[in-house]
Design a protein around this ligand. Structure first.
Ligand code: ATP
Ligand code: MG
Length: 170
């Protein structure tokens, strides 16, 4: 049984994440998805709670052929022991998929195999671009799986993002 680990903030979960996950699924039997900065929500860069992000991932991957475990991981602010912090919270895994230089460095130092997945339309498919389009009233739905758009509608995500983006000078 080979199990991989992949971490992101998923603010929100978008089609870039979805594409990476379906390609990882071709290599391994199961996938552990770390939901980073789990304690954050209701801020312009992190509008959604950990539980809402669990919902997005669960619904987005319903029809994908991969057994996954989405595990919220709070920030530790202590990089030297971050890998141990993750291992303490997750099902065991054999290999990590990441393109984040710090994540790659920390797992390599811990002696864990790291693979770098290909990027999918990085310009368009990103959390920042999705949030920008939500704020500007542009088409953000084309950047996320349909199931994620439904979750965001259910929780009033766009209205929340617009509200927490304002300041009391607006
Ligand atoms: P933000 O813009 O909010 O930082 P993001 O799109 O980078 O969002 P994260 O949740 O920070 O999303 O990313 C998790 C991981 O997914 C990161 O390692 C990032 O490199 C990777 N990733 C994000 N978008 C893509 C994409 N389009 N193709 C491949 N990998 C991606
Ligand atoms: Mg990012």
């Amino acid at each position: 049984m080979r199990r991989a680990f992949y971490i992101g903030r998923f603010q929100p979960f978008h089609l870039g994440h979805y594409s990476i996950i379906t390609s990882i699924a071709e290599d391994v039997d199961e996938l552990v998805i770390g939901i980073g900065s789990a304690q954050k929500s209701h801020d312009p860069k992190n509008p959604f709670t950990a539980g809402e992000r669990v919902m997005m991932i669960r619904h987005a991957l319903k029809d994908a052929d991969i057994t996954h475990y989405a595990i919220p991981i709070e920030d530790l602010q202590r990089n030297a022991v971050w890998v141990s912090h993750i291992i303490s919270m997750t099902p065991p895994f054999d290999v990590v998929y990441s393109n984040n230089p710090l994540v790659i460095q920390l797992f390599k130092e811990a002696g864990i195999e790291v693979r770098q997945p290909p990027m999918f339309h990085r310009g368009g498919y990103s959390g920042s671009e999705t949030r920008r389009r939500m704020l500007e009233g542009e088409n953000w739905r084309e950047l996320v799986p349909d199931a994620v758009a439904k979750v965001i509608d259910e929780i009033g995500g766009v209205e929340r993002l617009k509200q927490v983006f304002k300041t009391d000078f607006d």
